[in-house]
Design a protein around this ligand. Structure first.
Ligand SMILES: [Mg+2]
Length: 408
């Protein structure tokens, strides 16, 4: 059969005789589960009157996102799910009255938008990467996290070709030990996590001391809100700079891309605003020779599929962040789990996103508060010696000690 005709016939079959325009969204359901510790994952199913449903995920404070998705459902139920761009703009307009809703707002849009792309792929019987222009690659390179040379060697021996370490405490020392252990074949990345007490000058000092290690990138060297600080780091450190995980929508990353303050942009595929936003950001980045390396971390396993389909279909894909050896529910809740083999994920061929999740596993892992630690109520500060104390409050008092390890 003539190929275009076959597609239209399958579309007509799937939509009970219409060409898509008569198909309607009937319901949006949310599913919130624990991702371990203070992480939660918010999944959605968007149902249609054609018997097809799409799956998505929204991150960016998932307990808040769940409520926002339930509110946004009011503007998409009864609408044609094939009109993705129109519904995306409708959801943005619905958010406007609530002010700058940031990542929770775009996380909610992300969840529904992602499910709409899944529906469109299922209706047209083709993978989402095909809807995005077709496949540039059949495999996606991934990197994992390693904070010791032993862990980096273990990952290398499993075929993984990139590792990232985090924080600013002993970072140069850790990078040096990892580089000595794994040699030059493995890519190493550093995420400073942009703590608010870390000055641009601190970030430059650390960055200059990291230059000899030929990092793939230096991530969030300063907090993302002040782009002038990021500009100073970009101009003074000779390592590709990465940022973007805390932003939402194309407007959140516009300045860092257009002013070329980053070499790598890191949209979070759970809270950037969906596949609709990811593809626009990738195009803007391409115009500036900036690579795309989507963020993961608090993100659940459904949102990862949005990143996989984008990276499969764009020229400027760099690498995908991936948690290896995470909590059991990450691997239990979705079908299929795509393993990392020799450092790569194989891009799925199934219609739509190619993933579904198990509602029983969601029910078996009830959510926790997204923030589970805070200052000591007695003395008003984080407990000395804890992670939170080190990251959020007290580090400045020890600058001399911390930087002495970097610059003796
Ligand atoms: Mg990060």
């Amino acid at each position: 059969m003539y190929e275009a005709m076959r597609v239209w016939v399958s579309l007509a079959t799937a939509t009970n005789g219409s060409y898509g325009s008569e198909m309607k969204i009937t319901e949006v359901k949310t599913f919130l589960m624990s991702g371990g510790g203070s992480r939660n994952w918010c999944f959605v199913k968007v149902y249609t009157d054609a018997g097809i449903y799409g799956v998505g995920e929204g991150s960016g404070w998932p307990r808040v996102v769940q409520t926002a998705v339930e509110d946004l459902a009011n503007v998409v139920v009864g609408e044609d799910p094939m009109d993705i761009e129109r519904l995306h703009q409708t959801m943005i307009v619905a958010m406007m009255g609530h002010g700058m809703t940031g990542t929770p707002g775009s996380g909610a849009i992300n969840a529904i938008d992602m499910a709409l792309w899944d529906i469109k792929g299922k209706v047209l019987e083709t993978p989402v990467w095909n809807l995005l222009g077709g496949r540039v690659r059949k495999q996606i390179r991934t990197y994992a996290h390693a904070h010791s040379p032993e862990r980096a060697v273990e990952l290398r021996d499993r075929g993984i070709t990139g590792v990232k370490t985090g924080g600013v405490y002993r970072t140069v020392e850790i990078v040096d030990s990892i580089r000595q252990a794994v040699g030059d074949e493995m890519d190493i990345m550093v995420d400073a996590h942009g703590p608010p007490w870390f000055t641009a000058k601190d970030a430059i000092i650390v960055g200059k001391n990291l230059e000899p290690y030929n990092l793939l990138f230096y991530e969030d060297p300063v907090p993302p809100e002040n782009t002038e600080a990021l500009r100073r780091v970009q101009e003074n450190v000779d390592i590709p700079i990465a940022a973007g995980e805390r932003h939402s929508h194309i407007w959140g990353v516009r300045e860092i891309i257009e002013d070329e303050l980053v070499d790598v942009v890191q949209p979070d595929s759970g809270r950037i605003g969906g596949i609709t936003q990811l593809r626009k950001i990738a195009a803007l980045a391409e115009a500036h020779y900036i690579n795309v390396a989507p963020h993961s971390g608090s993100l659940g396993p459904v949102a990862e599929y949005a990143a996989i389909h984008i990276l499969a279909s764009i020229a400027n894909a760099l690498i995908l962040e991936r948690l290896e050896d995470d909590v059991p529910q990450r691997y239990e809740v979705i079908q299929p789990h795509l393993p990392t083999v020799d450092g790569y994920i194989t891009v799925p061929e199934e219609p739509g996103l190619g993933v579904d999740f198990d509602e029983d596993v969601v029910a078996a892992n009830p959510p926790n508060p997204n923030v589970i630690s805070g200052p000591d109520p007695q003395n008003g500060h984080y407990e000395p010696g804890t992670y939170d104390e080190r990251v959020y409050y007290q580090q400045r008092y020890r600058r001399g000690r911390e930087l002495r390890r970097i610059r003796p």
